[in-house]
Design a protein around this ligand. Sequence first.
Ligand code: IPD
Ligand code: CA
Ligand code: CA
Ligand code: CA
Length: 281
Amino acid sequence: VEPFVVGSKSFTAVAINTAAKAGQWIKSKLGDINRVDTKYSSQDLVTEVDKGSEKLIRNLIMTHFPDHSILGEEGVEPGPEASARALQAMSDEEYLWIVDPIDGTTNFVHGFPFYSVSIALAHKGEIIVGVVYDPSRDELFVAEKGKGAYMHGNKTTVSLDSKLSESLVATGFPADRDGALPINLRGTLALAPKVRNLRSGGSAALHMAYVAAGRLSGFWEIGLSAWDVAAGSLLIQESGGKVSDTAGNPYQLSVRNVLATNGQIHNELQQELAGAGATGL
Ligand code: IPD
Ligand code: CA
Ligand code: CA
Ligand code: CA
């Protein structure tokens, strides 16, 4: 991790520092998990490391910005309705931090090194800072509204692929209880033969960072929450890509069915999902 300014009042510096600290701490806990609990479904896991990471993140943000609000996954009741309610209740806050303390808990539990910390800051509902940190590779993706997106000082830009057939595209398989998984599988079935190949790494935030960095040309998933997507959406927009819901409507914090691409394949991917009846519930 680069030596970021500690104690700076800059929103971005705090976001970077916080994500890096949380990420390093999480990584130090890999293989040292005492208990795995389930939340909304038997596939929806949580560990003490998820909770510890969120606590660390909350403490650091509150130290710098005590009058800001924080929406974090582990501070909310499990399930999509509770997530939506919590977001709704906080949507009028002037400064709202949106935090996923470990995105990819299943991977973390299994020691599959593809998980991340995702931190976004919204000002009056508009995301102005987005940071996704991958401690396994020490890769930190940062975006500031209107100022571009970077990975360790290098500007990130989306891929140039203009056809699905030349595109590497990712999706995710949601921990299901409400039928999001079968919809995602329908989309997967339709898209697998159309794209160059599909990937599913198991961290929505990191998939979105990879779209921003041009490593993937597209990503979609049904049934996500604000904290999975908020930081990644700014990374992609600031890297020249496009984020919407799976029906093609503009991205907003409440979007759960996400389509994120390099821009070029957006319509083609959206049409395929729509044709397969795979845009959502
Ligand atoms: C999950 C990951 C996963 C996605 C799930 C998310 P979590 O987040 O992003 O890739 O498929 O839908 O819930 O629970 O590991 O933070
Ligand atoms: Ca979770
Ligand atoms: Ca998540
Ligand atoms: Ca999480």
